[in-house]
Ligand binder design. Structure first.
Ligand code: PLP
Length: 426
């Protein structure tokens, strides 16, 4: 395959004619396909239906210490849920608070509390002239939506194959006391799919922030979401690493079972130092009498222990893997040689991140839409929805059926070709 950039104008025009004809065919097929949503498919949700059977009307709903889970109480979660989620995120149960159904909610609360009440006695952020956050890009749009909502200025940090640009992170964090945090999705990142390297995690743990209330927001949303049984990414555990580095209070780690059991009906948690936990609980005890212990118990009885979660995640992987491979293989077959796009091959998570030629992402997404294929809006994985190079497109293969995906990826490929040719002809 000859790269488009080395073709003559005549050759490109000829190629455009062929590609446009295929595009027209798709346009006339009245497709309604969706590769925009990073949510589990129905088959994946079915994997957790056994959870409906573990608590019947005659079940004993007392937890291990005798607490009746049907009643009020237990602010920070039942012990067995802390053990289960603690094993899942490789943290001591004593360092965990179990929350409700959403980790994003916990992140929102964490920022909100810092705004109104500060962090461990520091000045509330709302009283400061300026508060800034570092945002590795591309990243998760809902992280950026939280910081934008609170008027926090966001600074883009480029992502490399090893994680965020740590030279830039170190320089900014150590020199600017208005920088109070950084958003991280360290494993099978949304949307790049990369996992932070050992060196990156070690450098994170050894940051020397100018602000004492600087925290790393470590969103381990995809910690156990592997695609393969043997070939998996490893991530150094950040709480222990921060402790080793003499920065025990510098990180909040978030996780949930959203894409393990049921999104929106799972169990979320935060793991952090005992000092931070004490600070958080001052607010939490005003906010609630306790979260949904019945759901915590249901999760524990269904999964039993961490091995139950690992086995369950391999069933998810059996559904997800063919979808990822389908898209990656077709991209490789159709795009690689043309040199009109780049992507990373993830070993887990929920996304493939396609990097088109500069200035092409919006046009590709729009072309896809006109042919009946919905993609995540271009720009969404960036603060303020602005991709400075207009090149990143997030592909979410989980929700559509294999049949739909097969068609959707063909449409995507044709749109990438068409928009790239147009760019090269400019
Ligand atoms: N964090 C990341 C990185 C995500 O991609 C998602 C969902 O897509 C969430 C958090 C949402 O988690 P939860 O359902 O626990 O709020």
């Amino acid at each position: 395959m000859e790269p488009y950039a080395s073709m003559s104008k005549e050759e490109l025009l000829e190629e455009r004619k062929k590609v446009k004809a295929v595009y027209k065919e798709y346009q006339n097929s009245e497709l309604h396909l969706d590769m925009s949503r990073g949510k589990p498919s129905t088959a994946q949700l079915d994997l957790s239906m056994g959870m409906m059977d573990v608590l019947s009307s005659d079940a004993d709903l007392r937890c291990e210490d005798g607490t009746d889970c049907r009643n009020y109480g237990v602010l920070d979660g039942i012990h067995e849920a802390k053990v289960l989620l603690g094993d899942m995120i490789e943290c001591n149960p004593d360092n965990i608070i179990i929350y409700g159904n959403s980790s994003l909610n916990v992140m929102y609360d964490t920022i909100s509390r810092s705004m109104t009440h500060g962090v461990m006695g520091s000045t509330p952020w709302c009283k400061l002239d300026k508060v800034k956050f570092l945002c590795p890009v591309p990243g998760y749009d809902r992280h950026f939506a939280i910081t934008e909502h609170f008027g926090i200025e966001m600074i883009n940090i480029p992502m490399h194959s090893t994680g965020p640009d740590m030279d830039m992170v170190e320089q900014l964090v150590s020199s600017d006391a208005s920088i109070k945090g950084i958003w991280c999705t360290p494993k099978y990142s949304n949307p790049t799919g990369i996992t932070y390297s050992d060196e990156t995690v070690r450098r994170f743990a050894r940051l020397k922030p100018a602000a004492p209330d600087f925290r790393i927001y470590w969103d381990n949303a995809y910690g156990v979401h592997h695609l393969y049984d043997m070939d998996q990414d490893n991530l150094i555990e950040i709480l222990a690493e921060c402790k080793r580095a003499g920065n025990p209070d510098m990180v909040y780690k978030f996780a949930s079972t959203s894409k393990i059991s049921f999104p929106g009906s799972g169990v979320a948690c935060i793991a952090t130092s005992l000092n931070n936990l004490e600070d958080i609980k001052k607010q939490l005890k005003v906010q609630t009498i306790g979260h949904d212990k019945v759901n915590e118990l249901r999760h524990v009885r269904f999964f039993q222990d961490i091995h139950g979660i690992y086995e369950h995640m391999m069933k998810h992987a059996d559904i997800m893997r063919p979808k990822f491979e389908l898209i990656l293989n077709r991209l490789d077959e159709e795009i690689t040689g043309l040199e009109i796009g780049k992507w990373y091959t993830p070993k887990g998570g929920y996304f493939i991140c396609f990097e088109a030629l500069e200035g092409c992402a919006k046009k590709i997404v729009s072309r896809c839409k006109k042919a009946g294929v919905q993609m995540t809006p271009a720009g969404a994985p960036f603060p303020y929805g602005k991709d400075p190079h207009d090149s990143v497109i997030r592909i979410a293969p989980s929700y559509p059926s294999m049949e739909d995906l097969r068609m959707a990826v063909e449409v995507f490929i044709v749109c990438v070709k068409l928009v790239s040719i147009d760019k090269l002809l400019e």
